[in-house]
Design a protein around this ligand. Structure first.
Ligand code: GDP
Length: 615
């Protein structure tokens, strides 16, 4: 990485040198003198160096003289940035990072560039009214069309052909996903189909669905489903829905109602044709000939393929190889697959595609944007990641401030901030929901981040900033992240069973109210021989005289009855092999972390900390 940066800088200098070629007398590189810069929160030494045209080593040296130890990746505070700029006589102004790098699309495309695009449809409605069945039946029309004879892939969205025109369906029924996306500022849906079972009528989630569709300004088609059932009463549905402001066309209103049976397929074609009519009325147009922007539908961490995201192209055309920023992740589109599982090279507007090639797992509802170069994409994503940490930090304090009054009212309630990371978003949500339900003597869990993806440095930083515990489900942090967590004193708990995590949290919370740890001595050994090995240190050949020794334990070195050192075991071996445990009566080789002054006849006492449950 460092070498790459150096090369980049060198290339830049070479370029500048080339640019100066016109000047005959100039053989030395002349760097442009910068007089003014703009920077954002958390600017690194390397980034500042780029902006002010002075090498990172110069900046590092300058800061070293001020007793500040930094590396090229260190983020600088405002005061330091100002000091450095002052030294070079450069005026610096801080900009709110939010003003920069929006992935949203600001530029209006010229009307002449716009072309028709397929509508994007979401199906909502009460549980068991037939949303999933309808989505499946619509998906099957693909096969009937003869467009594709294989097995469709569940990637979170799919496209079907209706009278030769494409229609995109989001494959996550229900308004939870719809709302989650809207909360994140993404509005991808053009048309909503609200399914109401004719034998059941309007139910609470039907009302919620209507509210959400209206709030998003989406035209609605009401699918009066289960018409094949004997108890079907479409008039009741129309009357109840009219009470919610959706008067049927047949009654003089302007809402389209279609009676159907998602199970038999009756009426489904009519629904699709009405989608086309509404789409035509809405004049859905966009410019397909530009760098793509769009939204993440879902994302997960795949064991073999890494981060896999389904994204929906909203403007422009996404191409294989494009440099892309998604939320605060970035990468190149290495592989792009459509909902038929077929690899494609280009995705036009309204096309859902599964992509791989990102450096991390984005969140559903995140925007994406294609950039001219990978370098630019990387810089934008790094800045966005920092802003996100900053934003998450602020929102946690804002949250507790907002809750202050109620906290006081409730008698100074304490909260435990938690960050949940899991292999898939669904698991993260389930874990978050279970943890949020825990309450022990008025103390509650507050999930401040819940995402699919590995535990990253950004999680550790947020946890450290907000005193949060990190829960990882079916994911493991890398060695670097573990190290960072140790440095920042962040607790990362790894699990694969939800109820165990909940149980652990409950125990910890009981402990938190009155934490009691008890030290338990588990065994003793006598040092019989010592060996000095150059790279390892001193190995003590020991005989376990009492109890046992385990790899993960504390050790006290006792010489002549005096504790001369307390620390941790570094290695435990029998006949060159690492072992987890050695019992009394056996010999073994032991090294102690950061300690080598072991002598024959020293006594080692092994102990473990055990939490005592408070009832
Ligand atoms: P969701 O919870 O809204 O996704 O509902 P589902 O699609 O899972 O459907 C719930 C149940 O209703 C399932 O047993 C379906 O087979 C059944 N169902 C769905 N549509 C129809 C229909 O048109 N007619 C009949 N008779 N049953 C249906």
């Amino acid at each position: 990485m460092a070498r790459q940066r150096r090369n980049n800088n060198r290339n830049k200098k070479n370029n500048r040198r080339n640019n100066n070629k016109g000047n005959k007398n100039s053989f030395t590189p002349r760097l442009e003198k910068v007089t003014e810069i703009y920077y954002t929160e958390g600017i690194t030494v390397n980034e500042l160096s780029d902006k002010i045209n002075h090498s990172p080593s110069e900046i590092i040296k300058m800061l070293f003289m001020m007793n500040k130890m930094v590396t090229i990746n260190t983020s600088l505070d405002d005061e330091t940035v100002e000091l450095i700029c002052m030294d070079y006589d450069i005026e610096c102004t801080k900009k709110e990072a939010k003003e920069i790098d929006s992935l949203e699309d600001e530029e209006e495309d010229d009307a002449s560039t716009l072309e028709e695009r397929p509508p994007i449809v979401t199906i909502m409605g009460h549980v068991d009214h037939g949303k999933t069945t309808l989505l499946d039946t619509i998906r099957k029309t693909k096969v009937v069309d003869g467009e594709f004879g294989g097995i469709t892939q569940h990637i979170g969205a799919y496209q079907v052909l209706v009278k030769g025109k494409k229609v995109t369906f989001l494959d996550t029924p229900g308004h939870e996903a719809f709302t989650a996306m809207r909360i994140r500022g993404a509005s991808v849906t053009d048309i909503t189909i609200i399914v109401v079972a004719a034998d059941d009528g309007v139910m609470p989630q039907t009302k919620e669905a209507v509210d959400h569709a209206k709030a998003a300004g989406c035209p609605i088609i009401v699918a009066v489903n289960k018409m094949d059932k004997p108890g079907a009463n479409p008039d009741r549905v129309m009357s109840e829905m009219s009470d919610l402001g959706l008067m049927p066309e047949a009654w003089g209103g302007d809402t389209i109602y279609v009676q159907c049976s998602a199970l038999s397929g009756e009426g489904v074609q009519e629904i699709l044709e009405n989608v086309l009519i509404l789409a035509e009325v809405s004049e859905l147009k966009t410019n397909p000939n530009r760098l793509a922007v769009g939204t993440v539908i879902e994302a997960k961490l795949d064991k073999g393929r890494g981060p896999v995201s389904t994204i929906l192209v909203q403007k422009g055309t996404l191409k294989k190889g494009d440099a892309i920023v998604v939320g605060s992740c970035f990468g190149r589109v290495r592989k792009m697959t459509n909902d038929d599982g077929i690899e494609i090279k280009e995705a036009a507007p309204s096309t859902p595609v599964e992509i791989i090639g990102l450096n991390a797992v984005p969140e559903a509802g995140d925007n994406f944007r294609v950039y001219e170069s990978e370098k630019e994409a990387r810089q934008v994503s790094e800045r966005r990641a920092r802003v996100k940490i900053e934003h998450d930090r602020k929102s946690t304090s804002a949250m507790s401030l907002e809750d202050l009054a109620s906290q006081i009212e409730q008698g100074d309630i304490q909260e435990i901030p938690v960050i949940v990371k899991a292999d898939v978003q669904g698991t993260a949500e389930a874990v978050s929901a279970s943890l949020s339900k825990i309450e022990v003597d008025g103390v509650k869990v507050n999930v401040i981040r819940s995402q699919a993806g590995a535990v990253t440095e950004s999680d550790v930083l947020l946890a450290s900033a907000s005193n949060a515990v990190v829960y990882g489900f079916n994911v493991r942090p890398s060695a670097n992240v573990r190290k960072k967590a140790e440095e920042e004193n962040v607790d990362i708990r790894l699990h694969n069973i939800i109820y165990k995590a909940v149980e652990e949290m409950e125990l910890a919370m009981k402990g938190m109210l009155a934490p009691v740890y008890e030290e338990v001595v588990i065994g003793q050994a006598e040092v019989r021989q010592t060996y000095k090995v150059s790279k390892i240190g001193t190995i003590a050949g020991c005989m376990i005289t009492d109890g046992k020794v385990v790899k993960e334990c504390g050790v006290r070195l006792i010489r002549n009855g005096i504790v001369v050192y307390t620390g941790k075991l570094k290695s435990l071996k029998r006949f060159q092999n690492d072992v987890k445990e050695v019992a009394s009566g056996f010999d073994c080789g032991i090294t102690i972390e950061n300690y080598n002054d072991l002598k024959e006849q020293d006594i080692l006492e092994f102990y473990q900390d055990q939490q005592v449950e408070v009832k």
